[in-house]
Design a protein around this ligand. Structure first.
Ligand code: CTP
Length: 397
């Protein structure tokens, strides 16, 4: 799993840094190529000479090489790496990561990381338990960082409790699990709809809704990070994709979204309908701007848009899994079951408008996932990316 993988190993200043040499050796033995980035305090605990000898590469610590003035590019490291492991991660490093305090090379590398980041915390038990540390850990989890939970046992302070950095073998296993997971969806084709649709009234006005597209885009990134071949059909949204392998089809109206989906759906193994499709569109669209002085008032006649989910559900082929979304104000589960049946879906993701952390334009969401077979899975409020991971885990199984 680790053969040929590029790993950035970040080391911060804690006693457990002595174990990082062993972790580095294990990674190299497994065939990984490792670049060490160490904080100034980390060097107090383990020498760069040891780490350079084990990795076969000069250790990076400062923004510039003292003797030549050469700039160490954290941006290039972010592009080079397949995984960044920070072990040990002290309370201070975790706090800086959670808050973007880029005062050393390790944090700038973290902020530039395009790859998955994994953190193995190491600190005294009271520091680990402190609400500030726990808040920062929660922030990192929401930012998509994998936390290799510290173990319990004797600590450097002489006290005993939770806070010991996990053993190097276990950190290597976590890295292997990550690479195994990132290949689980290889060869699978995913179609996702996202964002609102705009239904034109005249050349300058439309009927739309507040959907930001963030949930659909987070799902696209999550599926792609697991190796899937993803196509996203997006309504008008101001978001760009990080993963360049994702195919993006931009549309405006429900009819355009439906046409694009009909084209793409037969190839898809999973279809996720996260778009807030306008249910109605004006029957007639004015060719030129409707002028105020020509009208006393206005009545718009609306006609029903195609139901994309129901259309695709009606022609669902064997082996295809369809996931819909629903935002209900009351009788959530009951309505979810009706929609599952009516649209021939396998899963429906319910967001409730009653939850302060859920809904349009937010970066967080709180969902309940309901299956056609009657299972119900309720989740906490999380970032949309973390919610996307829960959705993929649930529907892929
Ligand atoms: N959907 C769709 N095309 C539509 C309307 C909805 O594909 N014209 C999809 C949504 O993307 C979502 C699911 O159907 O995955 C449920 O959407 P929702 O708006 O809750 O359902 P409606 O059928 O429009 O029912 P309601 O009357 O509750 O709005």
């Amino acid at each position: 799993m680790l053969k040929g993988k590029h790993i950035v190993l970040g080391i911060s200043g804690g006693i457990a840094a002595y174990k990082s040499a062993y972790l580095l050796r294990l990674l190299i033995k497994k065939g990984a190529e490792v670049q060490v980035v160490i904080t100034p305090n980390g060097k107090e605990f383990i020498t760069p000479a040891t780490l350079a000898a084990l990795s076969g590469k000069p250790v990076v610590s400062e923004f510039f090489a003292a003797n030549t003035g050469e700039w160490h590019s954290h941006v290039d490291l972010g592009l080079w790496a397949d995984l960044m492991i920070i072990a040990p991660a002290t309370a201070s490093t975790i706090g800086k990561m959670a808050n973007g305090i880029a005062d050393n090379m390790l944090i700038t590398t973290y902020l530039s990381a395009k790859e998955q980041v994994m953190v193995a915390p190491a600190m005294d038990l009271d520091m680990w338990k402190h609400p500030s540390t726990q808040r920062n850990i929660k922030t990192l989890k929401n930012d998509g960082v994998i936390i290799v939970e510290p173990g319990s046992g004797e600590l450097a302070s002489g006290l005993s409790g939770k806070g010991r950095m996990e053993e190097p073998e276990k950190i290597v296993e976590a890295a292997e699990r990550y690479f195994a997971k990132s290949a689980t969806m290889a060869g699978k084709k995913i179609l996702i709809t996202a964002g609102p649709t705009y239904e034109n009234i005249d050349p300058v006005r439309f009927i739309g809704n507040y959907s930001s597209g963030k949930m659909g885009f987070a799902l696209a990134e999550e599926f792609a990070s697991r190796g899937a071949d993803v196509t996203i059909v997006a309504g008008p949204v101001g978001i760009s994709l990080e993963n360049t392998s994702i195919k993006r089809i931009d549309v405006t109206s429900a009819k355009e979204m439906c046409a694009a989906c009909m084209e793409e759906a037969p190839k898809a193994d999973y279809i996720v309908l996260a778009a807030a499709v306008a249910d109605y569109a004006p029957e007639c669209v004015a060719d030129s701007k409707i002028k105020r002085e020509n009208t006393d008032g206005m009545t718009l006649k609306l006609v029903k848009n195609p139901d994309i989910a129901a259309t695709l559900g009606a022609s669902k082929r064997k082996g295809q899994t369809m996931v819909g979304f629903a935002l209900e104000t009351d009788h959530e589960i009951e309505n979810a079951h009706k929609k599952l049946e009516k649209k021939n879906l396998d899963w429906i993701v319910l967001n409730s408008l009653r939850d302060p952390g859920a809904g349009f334009m937010k970066d967080t969401n709180k969902v309940t996932i309901v299956s056609a077979t009657g299972s119900v899975f309720a989740f906490e409020t999380k970032s949309k990316r973390a919610v996307a991971a829960d959705i993929v885990d649930t529907v892929v199984g």
